[in-house]
Design a protein around this ligand. Structure first.
Ligand SMILES: Nc1ncnc2c1ncn2[C@@H]1O[C@H](COP(=O)(O)OP(=O)(O)O)[C@@H](O)[C@H]1O
Ligand SMILES: [Mg+2]
Ligand SMILES: [Zn+2]
Length: 502
């Protein structure tokens, strides 16, 4: 019997499913037939062509007779080109062109017609998941994915560039040369980044951004074109706390699944999709249920500029991730769930023409147009934006003021300290507290509560509006390191509540 089996796996959403690649060769058959079962038809055809050519072009022979490949379990249709390499190796084993013990190996890689091995998406997740479940697992992965093995401590990982190298990788005396050697010391790598000190004036907006960063609160900025909204948004990652090791791993997994090969995400992501982007690209989905921008922004900032111009279904679909920190994509029978804990930073003009309320430009919109524009952001979404501010254009005098502004590093220190206090108290940041948790963790002194009540009455606020004030004032107090929230903190929080219709 000419039979062999090789371990592989594939990524389904944020999960890993084990696959066994079995090969059976009946060399007595008169006709040459090469059959793969257990994949979608189109993928099979392409994989067959690549594997067939790669084997022949690498100095091996494609076995005569009837070659059957089964990807087990066969009842689920598996996506992905990374079965090429395990299929090719399984064929070489079954036809006795190579003979090694490979029970502990998990193999992934796409093959080119010339035998070259190409990188594939999802390696970070595949390695981490399988190594957690199986301490003895060894891996053969494409060289193009080498850096992604950086999180693997105890399992052996080998990298392959060409199918012929398989002989050396499995050879006891030569395998050492093919061990993965990720080089990036990503904790130390620091590059020049945008800095808050470049923003002149705008003290109110900068303060709002600092509070938003400290509590991971969502932020909406309204202002006419050129007022500096984009400039502020782009600098928010520079004042967020450094990423933790777990956050780096989680974000790198998402980037890897998305198809950014070898990208270790060690800085808080900043994602700024255009308002014309499709629902699938923002929320996730498409034929391979890839993560979308909301997941790429996980642990960082999702910047939606010209927020009301986004498709209504996109804005509505932000609700689940904003509530739960995850996003669920369902397509046909496949359901994928990805992390999506982002800080939403949204920007908008005050009206379609952009100049409503601007002292220097006349607004050409009708009242109806202005109302409709602002209505686009529905109640449930608006309810989850704790901080809403107006950003007027910077004053001319301030623009010419050359005194240095405060550096991001300094602001980040305060933000980090405030974050530590929140995590200690309640295990999460204030911006992520549920209504129940607000009740439990945010308790006001009597006179402070009285002050809040009066304000709530005056501004005709809803329960949710009051919750937002509580959360934001909690962050303001945490930035000061105070246990109790003061009247002053509540008063400041009121400044960030936005207009009633926003
Ligand atoms: N407060 C500011 N300090 C320094 N430059 C500013 C400021 N506000 C605006 N600018 C300049 O104006 C440009 C346009 O600002 P931008 O952030 O794109 O405005 P908006 O997004 O509100 O339309 C910026 O790239 C920057 O050069
Ligand atoms: Mg802008
Ligand atoms: Zn207008």
């Amino acid at each position: 019997m000419k039979y062999s089996r090789v371990n592989s796996a594939y990524v389904s959403g944020f999960e890993v499913k084990n696959i066994i690649v079995e090969v059976d060769i009946n060399s007595k058959a008169t006709q040459q037939i090469f059959k793969i079962v257990g994949m979608p038809n189109t993928a099979i055809l392409e994989s067959q062509k690549r594997v067939y050519s790669a084997i022949r072009n690498s100095g091996f022979t494609f076995p005569n007779g009837n070659v059957t490949v089964n990807l087990a379990p066969s009842n689920i249709k598996k996506q992905g080109t990374h079965f090429d390499l395990p299929i090719a190796i399984s064929i070489l084993l079954a036809s006795k062109q190579i003979s090694y013990e490979i029970d502990d190996y998990y193999i992934f890689g796409e093959i080119g017609l010339n035998g070259e091995i190409r990188g594939i998406p999802g390696i970070t997740l595949l390695l981490l998941d399988i190594s957690h479940k199986n301490k003895n697992a060894k891996f053969i992965i494409p060289k193009e994915n080498e850096e992604e093995s950086i999180f693997i401590e105890n399992n052996e990982v080998y990298v392959i560039e060409n199918l012929v190298e398989i002989i050396k990788i499995l050879h006891p005396n030569e395998k050492e040369n093919y061990k993965a050697n990720p080089t990036k010391n990503f904790y130390e790598e620091k590059e020049e980044q945008l800095d808050f000190s470049e923003i002149k004036g705008q003290f109110f907006a900068k303060r709002a951004a600092e509070i938003a960063a400290a509590g991971f609160h969502n932020l909406l900025m309204t202002g006419s074109p050129g007022s500096g909204k984009t400039m502020i948004a782009r600098r928010i990652p520079s004042i967020l706390p450094e990423m933790t090791h777990d956050e780096i791993i989680e974000s790198t997994k998402i980037y890897s699944i998305y198809g950014y090969l070898n990208k270790i995400v060690n800085k808080r992501p900043f994602r700024a999709p255009h308002h014309s982007a499709s629902t699938a690209s923002i929320i996730g989905g498409g034929s391979d249920s890839k993560p979308g921008e909301v997941s790429l922004a996980n642990n960082g900032v999702l910047f939606l500029d010209e927020f009301p111009e986004f498709r209504t279904d996109v804005i509505e679909a932000l609700r689940q991730p904003m509530e739960d920190g995850i996003v669920t994509i369902s397509r046909a029978k496949l359901i994928a769930t990805y992390p999506a804990k982002f800080m939403l930073v949204a920007a908008q003009n005050p009206c379609p023409c952009g100049y409503y309320g601007d002292p220097e430009h006349e607004c050409t919109c009708s009242l109806n147009q202005i109302t409709n524009y602002n209505k686009k952001i529905s109640g449930p979404i608006s309810d989850r934006i704790d901080i809403k501010i107006k950003v007027p254009r910077v004053k001319i005098d301030e623009m010419f003021d050359n005194s240095p502004g405060e550096k991001s590093e300094k602001i980040r220190e305060r933000v980090e300290n405030a974050s530590i206090i929140q995590i200690k108290r309640q295990g999460k940041l204030n911006g992520k507290l549920s209504q129940k948790e607000v009740k439990k963790y945010i308790i006001l002194e009597e006179k402070v509560e009285e002050f809040l009540k009066n304000g709530a009455r005056k501004f005709k606020m809803t329960g949710r509006g009051i919750n937002r004030i509580l959360k934001v004032s909690r962050t303001i107090a945490d930035l000061k390191g105070n246990t109790d929230i003061s009247i002053e903190d509540i008063a400041e929080a009121f400044q960030f509540r936005g207009d009633s219709n926003l």
